[in-house]
Design a protein around this ligand. Structure first.
Ligand code: NAD
Ligand code: ZN
Length: 360
């Protein structure tokens, strides 16, 4: 047995208002006055002085607002890297991503591509990156994806939706300030929160499960249940707990894998641009066969929070479009193997997947 030796985020700060300590964290990391800190910030905060005014800008430091309307693309990463290379004579001292999974992934990818040749698309896969990334910091403003702790940055490229999975991907520093998630619209809070819940279910029922993953997965699941089922209000306590659930859920899948919902949701995202959180919910809603208990509990949460899960999004697709989604989903072999074991191909045929997609 050859065991994987994974890096972890080496530094993390947690606490309400901890974002105020950003300057003291960044200052020692400044290379020189010509190497700026670049803050990639979700556009949703553009007119939000409560957050923006606390970003400490000195020398050539810049805030670049990025839309999270669409999930990050390799072309978008390449364009940002090009822009930074042309604007500054030196590589930045650091890239700081502030936002949800979209912005966190952008920050990781830009930090990697500043020190590696070519296009981000060349590095989609496992362990293709050879040079250490620029110092990068993740500051989540939604909880659930686990992108703050993971070893991947998920990008849509010309041919595939796949992460840059590498030892250089994880953040050098994460700032967990649950206060930053306040004001999140209810639906988005739920969809991204459910990403975490689904990570737990897929990890805990998977064939790759081991004590490492289980210990994190069980804690994350307990926190999700508390936030989405037991509590009747969305308060500070639930913001704190959901942020830690996301962290533990991400740690759980680091040493195992996700499963059917994620594989199928990647297909939806590639073809229809369906975003990760809502896409997972749309798929998971139809997965009783694979996750009976998880889906039944998920439906309870949907009812409790009065959330609408879209249906019928695949009803007008052509055969060619179904084929493309199925290709994308089937590419994710480790996810299927984790969900269903080595002989997964006996259970999951193209026909079966098509019938499942047709219901969504
Ligand atoms: P997101 O970053 O796409 O944001 C969703 C919406 O919420 C956007 O409209 C955004 O502007 C808004 N938003 C963010 N913070 C807000 C706040 N505090 N207040 C109000 N609005 C706010 O959402 P997400 O679900 O966190 O991320 C999805 C992305 O994460 C996908 O691209 C997916 O591929 C990626 N992902 C990555 C990993 C990983 O390990 N790298 C894991 C899971 C998902
Ligand atoms: Zn996910």
């Amino acid at each position: 047995m050859q065991y994987r030796n994974f890096p972890m985020v080496p530094r993390v700060i947690f606490g309400r208002g901890s974002f105020n300590q950003i300057q003291e964290i960044l200052t020692p990391k400044r290379v020189n006055t010509k190497a700026p800190f670049i803050f990639l910030v979700d556009e949703v905060f553009q007119d939000n002085p409560w957050l923006i005014d606390r970003i400490p800008l000195r020398f050539l430091d810049q805030i670049i607002f990025v839309s999270a309307e669409e999930e990050p693309k390799t072309s978008q990463v390449d364009a940002l890297v090009e822009e930074l290379k042309s604007r500054f004579t030196q590589n930045p001292s650091g890239i700081i991503g502030i936002g949800g999974g979209t912005l966190l992934d952008m920050a990781k990818a830009v930090a990697i591509m500043l020190t590696n040749e070519g296009s981000a698309a060349d590095y989609q896969g496992w362990d293709l990156v050879s040079n250490e990334a620029v110092y990068h910091v993740g500051i989540p403003t939604i909880s659930g994806t686990g992108a703050e702790v993971s070893r991947t940055t998920v990008l849509t490229g010309p041919e595939k939706k796949l992460g840059i999975n590498s030892d250089f991907t994880p953040f050098d520093q994460v700032m967990l300030d649950p206060e930053l998630t306040r004001g999140l619209p209810q639906n988005q809070w739920f969809y991204t929160g459910m990403d975490c819940y689904i990570h737990c279910i897929e990890s805990l029922t998977g064939t790759y499960l081991n004590a490492f993953s289980q210990s994190y997965g069980e804690k994350a699941l307990e926190l999700c249940r508390n936030v989405f089922l037991e509590k009747n209000v969305r308060d500070e306590d639930s913001e704190d707990k959901l942020m830690m659930a996301s962290w533990h859920g991400g740690m759980s899948i680091a040493y195992s894998q996700v499963g059917v919902a994620h594989a199928m949701s990647y297909g939806l995202s590639y073809l229809l641009g369906t975003k990760h959180g809502i896409g997972n919910c749309i798929v998971f809603n139809h997965l009783e066969e694979f996750y009976p208990q998880g889906v039944s509990e998920f439906k309870k949460m949907v009812r409790k929070h009065d959330i609408e899960i879209p249906t019928g999004i695949c009803k007008d697709l052509t055969d060619k479009e179904f084929d493309k989604m199925i290709d994308i989903a089937l590419m994710l072999v480790p996810l299927w193997e984790n969900a269903l074991g080595k002989n997964w191909q006996e259970i999951i045929t193209r026909e079966k997947l098509k019938n499942m997609y047709k219901k969504m």
